[in-house]
Design a protein around this ligand. Structure first.
Ligand code: HEM
Length: 504
């Protein structure tokens, strides 16, 4: 009955028809497009509209095509849009309970309080303390590439990068030696890779999102239960050992426990830049976490750092490696920038502050993220909202999407958008467009809380790779990336094949 009601009010509507709704939703449900690119077609089909309504079966959703309106949703009027999409999953087992408490999923005041406590974990001071650990894993990583360079074999960059991020996050988050670089078949790594779980995982996610009653009936979980259960057990044991030994490692686990135990609100931004200032969130009626629930919340939040952190970061490093293989000129320029700092500091003890002073590396990574973003900024409306100067009122429960992949491929913000051009992120280019056109880590209070940590581990891996090896194209290297519709972890069609050779 709702089809056509928006169009009748003069609001653009994307051709809904029974039973799937709009054409893009039909493609999503039939496995023809990835969730990540679901709204791209809507964005591209209405170049003159600021807002477009599309239908997921009978449910209207809004695609925001205008950066000023996107800013209202993500930042200025965020109080109307504090939540992400409701995930209706079963919460019977312990693993399911942990999943239901993850920062990515929780809502309203519960999310505000948790986010407020968790954000200060990623300040520069704390990241500085973690840098030696990442440098040490960087050494193992360089060694791990040696046999591949010797044999000249074609390999998937994603595989080796997964081994690296697994070791970094396991170590920095929980103080656990996952040993994925030394033993790529380690149980820890197998459990990690099982979390999202390929095509089966994608079917599970689509059922939860589009057919919640069926998901409830089948007691489906968002992530693979066996893997989640394994991590819950590992985390519980870690917490118990720390309680008993009273040893502090100053890793994410210690910091999460401390933040939850202190249970106080933090004041002001942790870093002084636009991304951090826009991310501030103040709980309205802050309630500390009851002592008896701290363990469960700490496990859920340590787990989410792991789950949200390892696959995203390793995918970006892999895509970046392929981009460098495809653009030897960019690789050479990056090498020149890196050689300067390595001459001064050596590659094994890169200080945190020095890693932050490589403008060309920043440009290369941002351009990679622009070509291959890993999440869409999506919010659920919690209080009815009328966009100023627009006819559309978004009602409570409606989803609003800011389609980051389509915005970052729009030529009005990035000229020749399909070309890989790190110059898009030179100071001069950035000055010509809104900062909100770059959405790889989202924007506003619900942006990526782990961005600084992610960038640190990505930068160290790329510095170490380029300083020690030349990255080449091989027979299976692909020229342009498209996210596989059936990949729950947003992997590209054709993989990330490269070869490397040792620099003399
Ligand atoms: C290159 C790597 C990464 C990319 C591209 C990325 C991107 C994103 C994006 C786009 C979002 C959604 C933002 C929004 O809705 O506005 C997000 C959320 C999140 N990310 Fe990341 N991320 C990365 C790495 C990490 C790491 C390493 C961690 C943790 C250590 C992490 C933790 C999170 C969490 C917990 C959220 C949910 C925040 C909330 O709901 O308050 N991410 N990330």
């Amino acid at each position: 009955k709702k089809y056509g009601t928006y169009q009748a009010q003069g609001i653009a509507e994307y051709q809904p028809s029974f039973p799937f709704g709009s054409p893009n939703q039909k493609k999503l449900m039939l496995g023809q497009v990835n969730f990540l690119n679901m709204a791209d077609e809507v964005y591209e089909s209405f170049p003159n509209e600021k807002l477009v309504v599309h239908f997921q079966m009978g449910k209207p959703q809004v695609v925001v095509r205008d950066l000023e309106l996107a800013k209202l949703v993500l930042i200025k009027d965020f109080d109307h849009f504090t939540d992400r999409r409701t995930v209706q999953m079963s919460v019977e087992t312990e693993a399911q309970k942990v999943m239901s408490l993850m920062l990515t999923i929780i809502k309203g005041e519960q999310w505000k309080a948790m986010r407020n406590m968790i954000s200060p974990i990623f300040t520069s001071g704390k990241l500085k303390a973690m840098t030696p650990v990442i440098n040490k894993i960087g050494d193992d990583f360089v060694k791990h590439l040696e046999p591949l360079a010797r044999s000249g074999e074609e390999f998937q960059a994603k595989d080796v990068m997964t081994n690296y991020t697994t070791d970094v996050i396991a170590n920095c988050a929980f103080g656990i030696e996952a040993n994925a670089l030394k033993d790529p078949n380690s149980l820890f790594k197998r459990m990690i890779l099982g979390l999202t779980g390929g095509v089966k995982g994608m079917c599970r996610v689509l059922t939860i999102l589009f057919l919640p009653p069926v998901a409830r009936l089948l007691k489906l979980s968002l992530l693979n239960e066996e893997s989640t259960d394994y991590f819950v057990k590992v985390l519980k044991k870690t917490m118990k050992d720390r309680r008993e030994s009273k040893v502090k490692r100053n890793d994410l686990m210690d910091m999460i426990i401390e933040a939850l135990q202190d249970s106080k609100t933090n004041e002001g931004p942790t870093e002084d830049d636009q991304f951090e200032r826009d991310a501030q969130v103040k709980p309205n009626n802050f309630q500390s976490i009851p002592q008896e629930d701290i363990e469960m919340y700490a496990i859920a939040n340590a787990f989410v750092m792991f789950f949200a952190g390892f696959e995203t970061s390793s995918t970006i490093m892999a895509i970046c490696s392929v981009m460098l293989a495809n653009h030897p000129d960019v690789q050479e320029r990056l090498l020149t920038e890196i050689q300067d700092i390595i001459e001064e500091h050596g590659s094994q003890h890169l200080p945190y502050d020095v890693v932050q002073t490589l403008p060309y590396l920043d440009m290369v990574i941002n351009e990679t993220l622009r070509h291959y973003p890993l999440a869409v900024a999506e919010r659920e409306c919690v209080k009815d909202y009328t966009f100023p100067g627009e006819k559309l009122t978004v009602t409570q429960g409606m989803l609003v999407q800011v389609p980051s992949p389509a915005i970052m491929m729009d030529s009005q913000y990035f000229p020749n958008p399909k070309t890989f051009n790190p110059e898009n992120f030179s100071e001069a280019s950035k000055a010509t467009r809104s900062p909100y056109a770059f959405l790889a880590f989202g924007q506003g209070p619900r942006n990526c809380v782990g961005m600084r940590f992610a960038l640190l581990q990505v930068k160290i891996a790329m510095i170490r790779t380029v300083a020690n090896y030349q990255i080449h194209r091989c027979s299976k290297t692909i020229d342009s990336f498209r996210v596989s519709p059936s990949s729950a972890s947003s992997q590209p069609i054709g993989g990330t094949y490269i070869t490397v050779s040792k620099r003399s």
